[in-house]
Design a binder for this molecule. Structure first.
Ligand code: CA
Length: 242
């Protein structure tokens, strides 16, 4: 197998019932490096959202079966994922209501793809700036991985994996933010801060070593995946074959 890394783009859920928009978005967003999933009505949107993690949601207001507003409410019960509402020109839009139910931004059809992508990147940046969580528990667990924060020990399926200081810090940050893209800047800032010297490869070298320690196939990682051009993510889904 020649695949080097399990690279993915940012995962976007496009909720849209107009075929012409769906087609244009699929092509345009994929070209921008996004992994695009599509739901064509409100119920499907909620189903798809629950089935796997997404980094951002593009949500049309007028949808068959369940309105965009209700989809937004349903997603907000479970997630802080950035949501961009899409409305048609002339549609009555209650901005206050939309913000109240947790939408992050909105665009009006027809829009230019370039404008849409800029909005998406902006909400992602804002979202990134607001969190990621700082560990508060003394034990952090995710799937087969467990960290004893106070004792600085890492376990994989109950077996100890010896980590160096920075590797442990990286692992902790990822376990505290499962399924979430952590950008290179955030990882470097949180783990190294002003200690970060040398070239930008330092982070990759550490990720590579972590993979050799915890991945069954480090060249085709199931836990720590690369998000193309952005950073890394700890996968929440079970690796295939389990
Ligand atoms: Ca519609």
């Amino acid at each position: 197998m020649s695949k080097v890394h399990n690279e993915t783009g940012l995962r976007i859920l496009v909720v849209e019932d107009e075929e012409s928009f769906v087609d244009a978005l699929k092509v345009g967003l994929a070209r921008e490096g996004f992994d695009v999933s599509v739901a064509r009505d409100g119920l499907e949107a909620v189903d798809v959202f629950q089935s796997r993690p997404f980094d951002v949601v593009l949500l049309d207001l007028m949808l068959p079966k369940m309105s965009g507003l209700d989809v937004c409410r349903a997603i907000r019960l479970a997630s802080t994922v950035p949501i961009i509402i899409v409305s048609a020109k002339g549609e009555e839009v209650d901005m206050v209501l939309m913000l109240e139910i947790g939408a992050d931004d909105y665009v009006t059809k027809p829009y230019r793809l370039r404008e849409l992508v800029a909005r998406i990147r902006a909400v992602l940046r804002r979202h990134e700036a607001t969190a990621p969580a700082v560990p508060s528990e003394s034990v952090v667990e995710h799937g087969p991985l467990r960290l004893d924060v106070d004792a600085r020990r890492c376990f994989l399926n109950g077996k100890e994996v010896k980590l160096r200081k920075k590797e442990f810090a990286l692992m902790m940050l990822m376990l505290e933010n499962p399924g979430r893209v952590l950008t290179r800047d955030v990882l470097i800032d949180r783990v190294w801060g002003s200690d970060y010297v040398g070239d930008t490869k330092t982070l990759d070298v550490h990720i590579k070593r972590l993979r050799t320690l915890i991945e069954e196939d480090p060249k085709n990682p199931a836990y720590i995946t690369t998000v193309r051009g952005v950073g890394y993510r700890l996968e929440v889904a079970k690796p295939a074959g389990e």
